[in-house]
Design a protein around this ligand. Sequence first.
Ligand code: IGP
Length: 275
Amino acid sequence: MKEAVSNNLMEQTFRRLREAGETALMPFITVGDPDPDTTVDILLQLEQAGADIVELGVPYSDPLADGPVIQRASERALVHGITIETCLETAKKARNRGVTMPFVLFTYYNPMLQMGLEQFFTLLRQADISGLIVPDLPFEESEEVLRLGDEHGILLVPLVAPTSSERISLILSRARGFVYCVSSLGVTGERSDFHKGVDDFIASVKAGTDLPVAVGFGISNGEQVQRFSRICDGTVVGSAIVRKIEDSLPLLQSKDQREQGLLQIRDFVAQLKIR
Ligand SMILES: O=P(O)(O)OC[C@@H](O)[C@@H](O)c1c[nH]c2ccccc12
């Protein structure tokens, strides 16, 4: 029997990359940082720079796992009252402006519960979101979220950390889309060194699943992207790009230098891409 070919954009992207022998460059940005219109412009730049899949972070006031760079991005976004709805509107605008890469929504659990899970998944589908990551989803509640995701065609991507060891096969058996390996413990943020056991950890995850495996947490330059690309299928870069956006704020917010600010972000991301 022929394997059913999925029409989920993220699955298609990973399949295309795998056939080409490439790995995915996966930026994370906070939606609404520094404002929703600029997020649309930044998404266009990311795509032109060679990003393959983008993680769209919903800003949150109590982001447990986020380091200082991403926390500040959330603060800048929350000034504009950004909610899940506005994030999804922003994603739609980016599509209408020509962004074609798959979107993975990254949100804490509480805002989705408050909206109601049915409504949440309906809106995600309407905004052409391919995947979902919920870092604080309680394992006991993940079954319901997974079921709704399957119903709506939205892939619930699990996060696994070097400490998830006893539960890892259970987590992998429920994974959709890809598996996100957190390179280290603690919070997000750029690092110069990684945990000694990270390569073995990634190898053990790869051995336990046929899905693509991506690595994130602390990856901040092209050399680190290359290092991890040799052993996995995708690399997530968050804080380093969000910091670049922060550094570019004076340019982005001035009328005549905005283009220059956007180019600065594009150039930074382009040099992370393996060509
Ligand atoms: O910022 P870093 O170190 O590049 O790590 C990626 C990360 O930002 C993004 O995937 C992320 C943002 N918030 C998180 C919370 C938990 C796990 C991962 C995340």
